[in-house]
Design a protein around this ligand. Structure first.
Ligand SMILES: [Zn+2]
Ligand SMILES: [Zn+2]
Length: 363
């Protein structure tokens, strides 16, 4: 079994987890061309990929997803909320004036009321649409529906530009169901940006298999729709590898999931002092530091010294911030935490890179 980290960091994340029979691309956060280039450089054949597995919908994890899946004609595994969030994200937005927006909201209300009257059955979906129509402020965007404003402050997300007299509305935000979009938009002959050759849903906590790899997704605390980390297990080789990046802290379920690993890709995003004194606006600093932000060197070290069972051959530190971290700091912090358990056979610490793939880790 092997793990090849193709890229790790806020400009793009992607990792190949493979056995002799099965090859899974975990996230596709670089362009299709760059992913293929890096795979070739690392000795991985893109055409041999079995599936793409998505941790969450932030751009640095899905940038090349649609192109990659379509070119290779392989299935994409999401949780359902992550898939919906991704569909909303990639569906083109239309810009309208305030008056048009008001008329649109009114039409939508009337349509929903008529639909509800016509059929007794109200789906959660249409309820959501009505609520959305009512709460979206004229100067806001259909995506900014997080009351805490965490999403709007997200460094990973595309925050839509605000224009004083116009409203930017995601055409699909109030209704991400593809069938309905096709019905209501006659120009749907245009290529659908959310089209994928095949979509498979999974749920956190429910193991499933892709080829001969058993995958166990676990929930991670992060400001996305339904973010997950993964444990991969090769049944034939009895080897276990985990991917755990993009998490604000290490909750008990993640500590439990990361037991008995041979390889762990663990986030070590920022140095607390560098982040505090760094150039990010206060709102972004708050978001990174929050319980649904990113794991600091300190928090990663705390996990490694207190909770980690010490059994992995490799610990790969990933998602390092280029602004708020230094590779030496992340490395030093993890080395100190692992301490005397570090040896030639176990607990070797590697740094995943943003700009180049890491050599495959083969066990
Ligand atoms: Zn990320
Ligand atoms: Zn993220």
């Amino acid at each position: 079994m092997r793990m090849t980290v193709l890229a790790s960091g806020s400009k793009g994340n992607s990792t190949v987890v493979a056995t002799a029979d099965t090859r899974i691309l975990v996230d596709a956060g670089l362009s299709c061309r760059e992913l293929r280039k890096r795979m070739a450089a690392a000795g991985e054949d893109p055409c041999a990929l079995s599936a793409i597995l998505i941790t969450h919908e932030h751009q640095d994890h899905v940038a090349g997803l649609a192109t990659m899946a379509r070119r290779l004609r392989i299935p994409v595994y999401f949780t359902e909320p992550t898939h919906r969030a991704w569909v909303r994200m990639v569906t083109p937005r239309s810009t309208m004036t305030y008056a048009e927006w008001l008329a649109h909201v009114q039409r939508e209300k009337e349509l929903r009321a008529a639909q509800t009257a016509a059929s007794e059955c109200t789906t959660p979906h249409s309820q959501e649409s009505v609520i959305l129509s009512e709460v979206v402020p004229p100067s806001g965007t259909a995506q900014s529906k997080d009351p805490e404003g965490v999403h709007a402050a997200s460094g990973d997300r595309t925050v839509l530009p605000e224009v004083k007299t116009t409203v930017t509305l995601n055409a699909a935000a109030s209704d991400p169901d593809e069938d309905e979009i096709a019905e209501t938009e006659p120009e749907a002959a245009k290529p659908d940006p959310s089209f994928l050759p095949a979509v498979q849903y999974f749920s956190a906590g429910a193991p499933f298999t892709i080829g001969d790899i058993a995958v166990t997704p676990f929930t991670i605390p992060h400001d996305a729709a339904d973010p997950c980390g993964f444990v991969f297990e090769s049944r034939t080789e009895n080897i276990r590898m985990a991917v755990a990046t993009d998490l604000g802290y290490v909750p008990p379920n993640v500590k439990a999931a990361l037991r008995r690993m041979d390889v762990i890709l663990l986030e070590s995003n920022h140095d607390l002092e560098m982040l505090r004194d760094g150039p990010y606006p206060w709102s972004v600093k708050q978001r990174v530091l929050s319980r649904v932000g990113h794991l600091s060197n300190h928090a990663a070290a705390e996990f490694l010294s207190r909770d980690y069972d010490g059994g992995a051959q490799y610990i790969v530190l990933g998602h390092l911030s280029e602004q708020n971290n230094a590779p030496e700091l992340a490395m030093m912090s993890a080395e100190q935490a692992v301490g005397n358990r570090m040896s030639l056979l176990g607990n070797r610490i590697l740094l995943a890179r943003q700009d180049a793939p890491l050599a495959p880790i083969s066990l």
